[in-house]
Write a protein that binds this ligand. Structure first.
Ligand code: PLP
Length: 444
């Protein structure tokens, strides 16, 4: 089949610039395509004309195989709040590498990290570790069902909880199309879709339903970096209390980022269960789910037997490398100084980017919360995923490519984040390149 040339059908001059700067990446991409579907390990990492290939990373920077340098605002799917290879984490991992990389039996580091999570996350009395956020959501959903003896789970339009079948629906527009082939009717028949930031809509949709749980991200991540309104989350909590429904916060992105205690501390709303990931692993693969002792007890095989206990496990669960990296990271974030500083920087970033586009007469809404930010090219205020999907995607991709060819990496069309490794100069460069793009954009 003919592949589209780099420039074919596009007016964006940044594409040519990108192609001329990344010939070795293009060769690697052609090689990758033969053995990795779409040439990538995760579909969202593909972007036009082809992704660059990273040779190394450090601090706030990615360096590609062609020798280009990028200030990284994608930060490994927002996981790297301390930037790439922070020295404290590297030191703890080095030490652990000498002592064993995988035990598969109990060890103190998993206890220490669980204690640290319990100390920091308001809703956590007990924790279990997984290897990804997807897995943690799967086990949390199962636990909610086991605990309540109910089947149905309610999630929000635009809510992304990973690729687990029962939650892999209603993420993108059109929300009524399955997100993947291969999802059975059986896997989805107990999933209810709810409108985000719309308490009345939630109550209306659930009038004749009694789900085991409502799962919500305090900020829709993949759904467009859309912050929940405080009154909405509070209202959801009250509704769940009144209706005897478990409230699960998926804090895979917001956990340890919005505050040491995540979105629940930031918003002052305590869920029954919390799902964590990303930052918790200190740069290594992780997920976790936690909640009250009463709920988590259902995982205890010394108390519950089949069919009453809820299974969780995994070969690499509690892997010591991840545990030590996570523990070192959480200790750094614990006093809240880092998250407060990054949140202030996030406010400045959203305001400045908004003002730059306003000044040049370009309709924009800057989204996100705390140290997470996003740009939607539209006049319409963004309160939910449908409004985010109506924004001008082409302009967003052009902006992201303009940044890339000027040494700034946003994963195109995704939500970006800040880290302690970003310097003042890094942020100024983001504003300057944004300004240059805004000035020129009408010429494209
Ligand atoms: C809110 C949220 N939940 C769950 C996941 C899935 O986590 P993972 O990619 O580690 O499986 C993600 C990943 O981006 C996420 O943003």
């Amino acid at each position: 089949m003919k592949t589209r040339s780099v420039t074919e059908g596009r007016r964006d001059p940044h594409m040519n610039d990108y192609a001329s700067k990344t010939p070795i990446s293009r060769q690697l991409y052609n090689r990758a395509k033969r053995v990795l579907p779409a040439g990538v390990s995760y579909g969202i990492r593909y972007f036009e004309p082809y992704p660059f290939f990273v040779a190394k990373a450090g601090g706030s920077k990615l360096y590609d195989v062609d020798g280009n340098e990028y200030i990284d605002f994608w930060l490994g799917h927002t996981a790297l709040i301390l930037g790439h290879s922070p020295k404290e984490v590297v030191k703890s991992v080095r030490k652990q590498l000498e002592n064993g990389t995988q035990y598969g039996v109990s060890h103190e580091l998993e206890v220490a990290l669980a204690e640290q999570v319990v100390k920091m996350i308001p809703s956590a009395e007990m924790v279990r570790f997984t290897n990804s956020g997807t897995e943690a959501n799967m086990y949390a959903t199962r636990l909610a069902r086991a605990f309540t003896s109910r089947n149905t789970i309610a999630k929000f339009e635009g809510g992304w909880h990973g690729g687990y079948d029962a939650l892999h629906t209603g993420v993108k527009q059109p929300f009524d199309l399955p997100e993947s082939a291969g999802l059975t009717h059986g896997a989805l028949q107990d999933t209810i879709l709810l409108p985000f930031n719309d308490l009345e809509g939630v109550e209306k949709r659930l009038r004749n339903e009694h789900p085991a749980a409502i799962i919500v991200e305090p900020m829709l991540g993949a759904g467009g970096g859309i912050a929940a309104e405080k009154e909405f989350l509070k209202g959801l909590r009250e509704y769940c209390n009144r209706s005897d429904i478990l409230l699960i916060f998926d804090e895979v992105i917001t956990g340890f980022r919005l505050a040491p205690g995540g979105g629940q501390e930031y918003y002052g709303v305590k869920p029954d269960m919390t799902v964590l990931g990303k930052i918790l692993g200190g740069g290594f693969p992780i997920g976790a789910f936690c909640g009250s002792r009463d709920i988590m007890k259902r995982l205890d095989t010394t108390i519950y037997k089949r069919p009453h206990y809820s299974f969780h496990g995994g070969t690499f669960a509690g892997n010591p490398i991840t545990m030590t990296a996570g523990l070192t990271t959480l200790k750094i974030l614990e006093d809240g100084k880092t998250t407060s500083r990054l949140n202030r920087l996030g406010d400045k970033t959203r305001v400045n980017i908004g003002q730059i586009f306003d000044k040049h007469g370009i309709d924009v809404q800057t989204g996100g919360v705390g140290s997470i930010f996003n740009t939607h090219f539209t006049k319409e205020p963004i309160r939910n995923a449908p409004s985010a999907f109506r924004a001008d995607k082409k302009k967003l991709l052009d902006y992201n490519m303009a940044l890339m060819t000027n040494g700034i990496f946003f994963l195109p069309a995704h939500t970006q984040a800040l880290s302690t490794a970003h310097s003042k100069t890094d942020i100024e460069k983001l504003f300057n390149v944004t300004e240059a793009f805004a000035k020129k954009h009408n010429e494209y």
